[in-house]
Design a protein around this ligand. Sequence first.
Ligand code: GDP
Length: 265
Amino acid sequence: IKELQLAMLENDVALEVAERICDDIRKEIRGKFVRKGKIEELIKHALRNAMLDAMKQDSMDIEGMVKKKDGPFTIIFLGFNGTGKSTTIAKFAHKFRKYNPILAAADTFRAASIEQIEIHGQRVGARVVKHGYGSDAAAVIFDAKKAALASGSKLVLADTAGRSHSNVNLMDELKKIVRVNSPDLKILVLDSITGNDIFDQCRLFNDAVGIDAIILTKADVYDKGGSALSAAHTLKKPILYLGVGQEYDDLKEFSPEEIVDSLLA
Ligand code: GDP
């Protein structure tokens, strides 16, 4: 089991998660009668089950939820800077284009972020609602919802400023965004390359506003799978998609089996 824990760490599973999974395996096999030579098989089987268990959360039918909602369905995308929030929003807008998504440029903090989301909006044919830099992010999303209601759009996709542990003001702003707009979903966007810090990122956002689902980006450049396991195990929420490139079609359904196979390979 020690070897397994090391192997998980080498695949960038967060330390806390690797430890907990090993504890689960110990519990599962303790007291079991095993034939000589079959121990390794038993442990591998227990590991596979523990990993699949962690990643098999109740699936989420986004399209069904959008259709069912009376009025515009609002999704807020959260995460650290550079994880791929705005690119993922554009991919989402492209995927769900038949619902005429409106993009809310609610990262009013980082220079060029509004222009960036506008360019994405033009490219995927989605309208963008924006205010100026330094303006109230909650109000931008509020206006985007109003615009969606007026135009019959069924979907509002909101960008937000990238935040980290030290941005107390930005975390307060995030709480306000959620309080004012009661979003239908809060999706945490995580970069697959993050490694051990993914555990802290999950906790930070979940403690602040509660996370409903996860998207992992850059799985095309980094496919060890450890971050998927860490994120799902920490939050116990579904991973909806993997970002697998910089094109708007590069959003892939998440498959726990695929990740487990790559982790056990
Ligand atoms: P934000 O700061 O969170 O909004 O991040 P951006 O959306 O600006 O993305 C940061 C960088 O990551 C950009 O260069 C994106 O093109 C790139 N990126 C985002 N998602 C993916 C992905 O799934 N794969 C790859 N290879 N690059 C991505």
